[in-house]
Design a protein around this ligand. Structure first.
Ligand SMILES: Cc1cc2nc3c(=O)[nH]c(=O)nc-3n(C[C@H](O)[C@H](O)[C@H](O)COP(=O)(O)OP(=O)(O)OC[C@H]3O[C@@H](n4cnc5c(N)ncnc54)[C@H](O)[C@@H]3O)c2cc1C
Length: 465
């Protein structure tokens, strides 16, 4: 069943998946690299669509030399037949058989395909945490990463006059990227208090490269004259056919919008982000332990399911450099597993992983959404866009119908039952309901047409494939 070219299947061709695939291929392991994007690079190294013929794609990137090295190594391994790169395919399910794994994919046209492998490495990255507020469903309100994806992937601006808001380091490349590409930045609104950085001064000081990167962003914000408001939040977006303005307010020490501090800022685009959440669906379906929102791995990036590794943001959000280090470590561990040799983890990669995880934890502690954001969500605000469920309906389920957990809220309101299966609305519904977020085990990593399921053999039948 398992062909010799399918020893390791890597899901995701971002920094983590690439580092793992290249490391394994360097050691003559045949790798199948499956990615839903049309080109390798993941979120960090997202490339413009080939048809656009971008002459200077590096203008929208930093760390381009690292990317160029990764791309050249990938090209060489693909040419030598050591890596089979399969873009444009979404892995919706991975089955664990007695010997090895079956990966089920769908192409962009929903064509099903099946791949077999002895080992699986999940490098599926993260997606953006979205929190609702009045007006967030207006056209022109996009996620921060979405604005960046439109720019990096499509070479277009989401609008001419933008506000970038929320919390987290991602806001900086998004704001400076939009400004450099010609958008006017009406404001950068960051919920965090910059003084909180002082509490982690030693951790940040240990990363001079990151400090230089941050200083570079600050310089570009100054150059483009971007007004920056810290300890502020967007309380509403306004407009009829699309966003025309936002109201922002200062936050008090408890994370509540301070009455009387509201100001209106005109814009045609609001790019808003409140951090990232790891993609754990495939790991959850395989039975890997998650904690609660990341795949739990050991020092070799192994999950608790034998034959399954996880690296990069699927195993905890921490940036591209951490994803590269984890991918390399995972790749070496897979090589040892498949060849029977002792794992040869480089100490530089292990040390870099330790330091970068500490750095990421400090950033995470500084950049949290305002503690009382849910109070700003008016009853008529949609919180679940797929099923048209309002904040009022969620509150009614809790206060009048006695729902005490997210599952009951979902059963009473349908919030989270639509296309996104709670991936987008989950944190928003949890916040409005006042329930702790739950680990959701979804059987499939994306919606699958019934016609595909009908043709999909059961795991037992799959053994004869
Ligand atoms: C929207 C967004 C924008 C970001 N922008 C920046 C930035 O500007 N600067 C910065 O420092 N950091 C940024 N980050 C963080 C950065 O992406 C990460 O630090 C880094 O790219 C993580 O690498 P990774 O390999 O773990 O995941 P990713 O780079 O996210 O790569 C994961 C890959 O897996 C693929 N994938 C996921 N699920 C499946 C599946 N089921 N089947 C097939 N393929 C799948 C995805 O299409 C993607 O190509 C961003 C993150 C996001 C979510």
């Amino acid at each position: 069943m398992t062909s010799p070219t399918d020893r390791l299947a890597v899901v995701g061709a971002g920094p983590a998946g690439l580092a793992a695939a290249l490391t394994a291929a360097d050691h003559n392991i045949a790798v199948t690299l499956i990615d839903s994007a049309p080109q390798p690079g993941g979120q960090f190294y997202r490339q413009p669509a080939a048809a656009l013929g971008a002459r200077r794609p590096q203008a929208l990137h930093h760390a381009w030399r690292t990317w160029a090295r990764l791309r050249d190594r990938l090209d060489a391994h693909v040419a030598a037949g050591r890596i089979r790169h399969l873009p444009g395919r979404h892995v919706w399910f991975v089955e664990h058989l007695d010997r090895g794994f079956i990966l089920r994919t769908l192409t962009g046209d929903d064509e099903p395909e099946v791949f077999a492998a002895d080992a699986v490495l999940l490098a599926t990255g993260a997606y953006e945490k979205v929190l609702p507020f009045p007006g967030w469903t207006l056209p022109g309100v996009v996620t921060a990463g979405g604005a960046q994806a439109v720019l990096k992937g499509g070479l277009v601006l989401p609008g001419r006059m933008a506000v970038v808001a929320g919390s987290g380091p991602l806001l900086l490349p998004v704001a400076t990227g939009l400004a450099a590409a010609g958008a006017r930045l009406a404001a950068l609104i960051e919920a965090a208090d910059p003084r909180a950085y002082g509490r982690h001064a030693r951790t940040f000081a240990a990363h001079p490269g990151k400090l230089a990167e941050a200083a570079g962003y600050a310089g570009r914000l100054l150059r483009h004259r971007v007004p920056v408001l810290t300890r502020h939040t967007v309380v509403a977006a306004h407009g009829t056919d699309r966003v025309e303005a936002v109201t922002v307010a200062a936050l008090d020490a408890d994370g509540r919008a301070r009455p009387g501090t509201e100001r209106r800022i005109a814009c045609d685009t609001l790019a808003v982000g409140h951090g990232l959440l790891p993609h754990t669906d495939l790991a959850g379906a395989l039975g890997c332990r998650t904690d609660p929102a990341r795949v739990v791995v050991d020092a070799q990036q192994r999950t608790d399911v034998p034959g399954v590794w996880a690296a990069g943001e699927a195993a905890g959000v921490g940036g591209a450099a951490l994803a590269l280090a984890e991918g390399e470590i995972a790749g070496r561990s897979v090589v040892a597993h498949l060849t029977g040799e002792r794992p040869r983890i480089r100490s530089t990669a292990a040390n870099s992983r330790t330091a970068l995880r500490k750095f990421a934890a400090a950033l995470d502690a500084v950049h949290t959404p305002p503690a009382h954001w849910a109070e700003q969500v008016a009853d008529d605000t949609l919180v679940c866009r797929c099923e048209d469920v309002t904040a009022g309906a969620v509150r009614h389920a809790v206060t009048e119908l006695g729902a005490a957990d997210l599952r009951t809220v979902k059963l009473l309101t349908r919030a989270g039952m639509g296309w996104c299966q709670g991936r987008v609305c989950g944190p928003g519904v949890a916040g409005v309901a006042g329930c702790p977020p739950e680990t959701v085990r979804r059987p499939f990593a994306r919606p699958v047409p019934l016609s595909v399921l009908a043709r999909t053999p059961s795991p037992t039948e799959g053994r004869q494939e």
